[in-house]
Each structure stands twice: as C-alpha cells, then as structure tokens.
Design a protein around this ligand. Structure first.
Ligand code: IVH
Length: 696
C-alpha cells in the first residue's frame, strides 16, 4: 500500500470528516462515535499545526455547523443565529460568571438575576411572524444561512399560526426562536412503529426530530408528533436580542420575554426558572442534571442567561456566541446494568464487532440492551465477562458503549467466569474469523457469508446510497432468506409474484417496493459508488470521483495515480477503489447492474454522455422553491444534464431563476435587483427543452 504524504493525509481526513458531517448533520444517521469523529479532527488539527502551509480557510477545523443540504431553499437570517459557549463543570460555569464582572464591574454576582432554561435537545428554529402571523420557519444552518422548512413546521400543532390578540399590538416583523423537539414518549413510540414497518430507527430524539423536519413531504412531518419550546424574542431592529423600542414586544428581562411568548400562545418550558445569584444557578443546574429523566423531553444541559436584557447589549458577543449566556452541558450519562453475554456481529465488510447483550437500561435518553465493545483488544483491556455488572455510557450520546466492569458493585458476581475469548468462527457462516497482524479488527473473510451479504444489500439500498425506500434490514433479511436476492444486482430481477405472500407484504407494498427499486436505477453514478460500499468511499469522495471521471467506464479504466490526483481522494482511497474494481466478484455484480440499466454516468460532469441537447450549456440557472415533479436534486441534475449549472445563489451571471412553490425571498429580491428573468416552475420543462426563457 502506498504511504500517504502529510498533504495527502490532510486531504483524506477532510474527505472523511466531510463524510461523517454529512452522516450526522444531513442524514441524521452517524456511523461513528463522537470520540472517533473527534480523533479524526484532532489528527487533522495536529497535521495542520505541524504543516501550516496545509491549513486552509475552508478546512473543517475552521468551520461550525452544517452547510445547507440543498433539499430546501436557503434562508439568510436577518439576525444571525449564534451558538453558545459551553461549560462542562461548575468551575467553568463560575468562570463564565466571573467574566461578566470583568466586563461590567458594577455587577454583583450574588444579586444578579439569571434565567436557567433546560437545554432541549432538538433542532433550533427561527420563526418569522409578520403582524402576528406565522410566515416562515428556518433552520439554523451555519448560523447565517439556514433552510426554509416553513411547510414542514406549519404542520407542528404547537407552533402558533396566528398570535393571541391579548399579546398585541405586534411589530411588523418578529423572530421567535426556539427548539423543535420530539417528546421522549413520542420518540420511543415512533421507533417502535419504524421497527415494525422495517423502517429506519433513530439514535435519539434529536436525530428523529431533525429527520422528521427534513422531509420533502410535509405529510410525513405531520405524522410525527413534534413539539416546540420558544426561548427567545428577536426584533430585526435589535440584533443583540429582545428589548427594542417600546410596547409589549420590548421586554426588559428574559423572564418577561418568556412570559410574553407564553401570552402570545407559544409553548414555553415550565422548567425555566429565574434565580438570583450564581450559587443558585449552580444549584439549579445540579437539580436539572439529577432530574433530567423525570422531564418528558430530552435535555443535554442548562442554558444560563443573564436575565436583564439591557445587560445583553452591554456584554455583547464574540464572533461565535453571546457573552450573556452559556450552555452548561451535562456529563455523558453512565448507568450500571448486568452483562448477559458477549456476541459478535458481522458488518458488510466482514468486520466482526464484539458487542454486549445487557439487561435493558435507560441511559442517555433511550433504552439500551446492546452496546459495542469495539474490538478484541477493547474487550481484553476492559476485561468484562458475562454476569458482570458493567457501566454503560452513551458516547457522544449516540452509540452506547461498555465502559468497564464494576467489580465492587453490591450485585457483582462473587465468582467470575473465565475471560471471554474472541470466537474463531463466524457466527453467521461458520467460516474462520481472521485477525491480521498489526490490526485491531477481526474479519470474516468469506465473501459469501450471509451476514455480510445482508449488510451489503442494506447499505446499497440506504438513504445516502441508492435510497430505496422500504428496503430496511428486516426486509433484506426476508428477501435473502427467501432466496430471492444474494447481491444488490439481484434486487432488479425480483418480481411482484415472488414478493406477495412474504410476511407483511401485500400487493400494494410489493408494488411500492418494486417501483422504488426501479426508480433507483436513475440515481447518479456518485450514489452508485457509495452503494457499492467501497472502503473509504462515502458521498463526498464518491461525488468527487464521479464528477471528475463522469462515467463508470472511465473509472474502471483509471489508474491508482489518476484516482489519487482527484482533490480529496489521495492514495489510500485510490488503492481501495482500484482493489475493489479489480475484484472479479465485484466486477460481475457491476456488469449485472449495468445490464439491468442502472445509471453509470454523472449528470453534469464534464464530458457526460447524457445524449441530451445541451440547451443550457455554460448557463447558470438558479432554482428556488419546489418545482412540480422534481426534487431539488432532480432539478439540479436536469439542468446539469443540459450542460448548465445551478448555483445556490443569484448573481449577475445568472441566466434565469426558476421559481417553484415557497421560493426563497432572498433569491427573488436579488433577481429583481439584478433584472434576472424569472421562470415559472410550471415552465421548467420548456426551459430545459429549449434553453429559452418563456415569454422572455
Ligand atoms: S439560547 C444566542 N435557550 O442550544 C443564544 N438555546 O448552542 C441562542 N437551546 O442549538 C440560544 N434550549 O437551539 C437557548 N432555552 C434555550 C435553549 C437553547 C436549547 C439550543 C439552541 C442551540 C443550542 C445553543
């Protein structure tokens, strides 16, 4: 294997981080623990510190938050949505308070009033009201530009559409900020339903709230019992917060602001408290930490704010966060439970991961009965044995892991069984489990192993890959057991008559599944590359490869050197791609995928052979809002397939702006200012076919 230079490793780390950012922020489905993610970031930071010439302003070490997904129109926040500085310990909380006094010396920390609010773990939202009427909802995004999720938020019952007249008169424009969340009970019920339907199970309430909001179809959002807590009033005249000129919407304190929000009809957390003095703040934080699970919603900390809003203006803000507030974050939760046994699961690459089967325990907001033990060395290091009482932690509050045995626990066994030994054969196929010298992972090397097969197909159909709706793990297991599919290419040969009669599969669901499978043939090459499950190739790398090679044939013919030359690829990824494509079994699956008509080109890539007239060659067409019959991705692909580009913003070089339903106000204003022609969404097909602006 080629050894990576620092520059190559930096590029590779950036690609990996971008991939995991995508999994976490856009797909709401993280693949690695926060600790593993942090390790990637730390390695990148260290390399950048060691080689300053490799640091770039767009490095993930420099950025906060997530870029828009492209699924929704962009919204530029008139008043940016800032983030908060964290305090992890009582000391850090007190130092935050001490800094307040350094900035405003006459403050007395013993007498200062604070608003202590539960830090709900959901999705931050900015709601716009005009004259007391709900007009727009936007996500935080990167703080400056978020996504327009108005239609989806409109389905949330507790978001008032018209504010209560008692709370008037209303300013012309008002931003109410708060958190959309899923109450814990609703989260557990949703996961049960998803499980029963063979759908995706969410890691925690935050992921499920985010996933529910990021639906193309508001009807799906409406089916999820989302709720809202309002926590901030912002007037456009006054970026600092709250208090503006005068009137009922110019509260003097945060406590008054919350009361005013409640009067207007907004749900406000009943667990927010005004307390006096920093000692009382510390006390309230401890109290909420202890009782966090008695609340009907998930919290991951306490937001502590100076109550007096006139002080907010004096304290000001850094580029990232206001100085008048801090997020006190609870430590990761740990709970004790009994370890029933240690088993091994086989992933799609054959990796054998040991995991603990536990007496169910509620930790970090969900019930845990399985927890990872990572690999053989970790089990040896922790020396956990069946029967032990073990400590379980939600790492980054996502993936539960076993911390270690509690040997002195009153319920700990007096005599422990022998040390656990890693099995030597695969639990699924009985083939040998192999651990290579110098590696920490153990693999089942049998490419025909049924467990690997199932996981490969599950991955192929997953949301970031071919996105075949209704084809979750349970369904795949069913299809493999019934002998209908062995590999992804087999999916395209399944017939309705074979499906009907499988458990839970009627004529309608069979037809739906088949049409989802058929539709997946139209996915661009980049998704096919993700779907193949090539090691190190996630959506970001796949897009880079697909755009630069534009066709599967070109990729199959490429050398490791030419692959490694693509930005963000590097030699390790390149070797992995070459090795995958050289494998005869993989080649066979690929040939069969091509034979059934799966798309093998990347629309929009240079030299892409789409066979379509290049009506928009070299032109920029900006799309805003939803176009009839197209998802955002499809609309962009359609423009690209005609040789055009569809950037995210309007500029003087924009050829036309296509206006769909619920367009972004910023884009329309800009187009108007620059005199860019607008095309009605209904005329989009005509624009594609002719390259002419109808009526223009
Ligand atoms: S105030 C500029 N209050 O915590 C101040 N934030 O980093 C803006 N959050 O995702 C935030 N509960 O959505 C504030 N009572 C509360 C909150 C709260 C939850 C979230 C917020 C953001 C994060 C702050």
């Amino acid at each position: 294997m080629t050894r990576a230079t620092p520059a190559e490793r930096v590029a590779e780390l950036r690609a990996l981080i971008a991939h995991h950012d995508e999994r976490y922020h856009l797909l709401d489905s993280p693949e690695i623990t926060d600790a593993e993610y942090d390790a990637l970031k730390r390695e990148l930071l260290a390399l950048e510190a060691e080689h300053p010439e490799l640091a770039t302003p767009d490095s993930p070490t420099q950025s906060v938050g997530a870029a828009p997904s492209g699924l929704f129109a962009e919204v530029r926040h008139q008043v940016p949505m800032m983030s908060l500085d964290n305090a992890q310990t009582e000391d850090e909380l007190r130092s935050w308070a001490d800094r307040l006094v350094r900035l405003v010396p006459e403050l007395d920390l013993g007498a200062l009033a604070f608003s202590c609010e539960p830090k709900v773990d959901g999705v931050a939202m900015s709601l716009t009201y005009e004259h007391g009427r709900f007009v727009q909802a936007a996500t935080r995004g990167n703080g400056v530009v978020g996504e327009d999720v108005t239609d989806n938020v409109a389905t949330v019952a507790s978001v008032p559409k018209v504010l209560s007249p008692d709370a008037g008169p209303f300013p012309e424009r008002l931003f109410v900020r708060g958190e959309i969340y899923l109450p814990t009970a609703a989260f557990l019920a949703l996961n049960e339903r998803q499980l029963a339907a063979g759908g995706k199970v969410f890691a925690n309430p935050r992921n499920s709230a985010a996933g529910s909001l990021r639906q193309k179809d508001p009807a799906i959002t409406a089916s999820r019992p989302l709720a809202f807590w309002a926590y901030q009033v912002v007037r456009p005249e006054d970026p600092a917060a709250g208090a503006a000129a005068a009137g009922p919407w110019a509260p003097a304190t945060q406590t008054e602001a919350l009361a005013q929000l409640a009067r207007a009809g907004f749900p406000v957390s009943p667990d927010a408290r005004r307390v006096v003095g920093i000692d009382a703040v510390v006390e309230r934080c401890a109290e909420l930490a202890e009782h966090r699970h008695d609340l009907p919603y998930e919290i991951d900390g306490v937001v502590v704010k100076v109550d007096d809003l006139s002080l907010h203006r004096r304290l000001g803000q850094t580029s990232r966060a206001p100085r008048w507030a801090v997020a006190f974050k609870f430590p990761p939760e740990e709970r004790a439970t009994r370890l029933l046994g240690i088993e091994v699961s086989i992933g799609r690459t054959g990796r054998a991961t040991p995991f603990a089967r536990l007496v169910p325990v509620f930790v970090g907001g969900s019930t845990v009965q399985l927890a990872t033990l990572h690999n053989e060395d970790q089990v040896r290091l922790k020396d956990v044995r069946p029967g032990d009482i073990v400590l379980v932690r939600k790492a980054g509050d996502v993936i539960p892991e076993v911390v270690g045995p509690m040997l002195d626990h009153p319920d700990a066994p007096r005599r422990r069984p022998r040390r656990w030994r890693f099995p030597t054969v695969c639990p699924s196929c009985g083939g040998p489990l192999v651990r290579l010298v110098g590696e920490s992972d153990t693999y089942c090397t049998n490419i025909d192993c049924p467990a690997q097969r199932v996981q490969r197909i599950v991955h192929f159909a997953s949301r970031s890959a071919m996105d075949i709706e209704g084809l979750g793990e349970q369904r795949v297991v069913q299809l493999v057991r019934a002998g209908l599919v062995d590999d992804p290419a087999d999916l395209y040969h399944v017939e309705a008559s074979q499906l009907v009669g499988l458990e839970g599969m009627g004529e309608l669901s069979a037809a739906n599944l088949l049409s989802a499978i058929e539709a997946s043939k139209r996915q661009p090459l980049s998704r096919l590359l993700v779907a193949l499950g090539i090691r190190h190739v996630g959506p970001t790398v796949a897009r880079a490869l697909a755009t630069s090679f534009s066709s599967l044939d070109a990729l199959r013919a490429a050398s490791a050197e030419s692959l490694a030359a693509v930005e963000g690829v590097g030699p390790v990824i390149a070797d992995s791609v070459v090795e995958f494509l050289a494998n005869p079994a993989n080649q066979k699956v690929l040939d069969r995928l091509v034979a059934v008509g799966v798309t093998t080109h990347q629309p929009g890539a240079a030299g892409s052979a789409t066979g379509l007239a290049q009506t928009l060659a070299g032109r920029s067409v900006v799309v805003t809002g939803t176009l009839p019959g197209y998802t955002r991705e499809e609309a962009e692909a359609a423009i690209a397939a005609r040789g055009g580009k569809s950037p995210g913003s309007v500029s003087s070089s924009t050829f036309a702006v296509v206006v769909g339903e619920a367009p972004g106000a910023a884009k329309l204003t800009k187009a108007d200012q620059l005199g860019i022609p607008l095309v009605d969404g209904a005329d989009f097909d005509r624009l594609l076919a002719t390259g002419e602006v109808p009526g223009g």
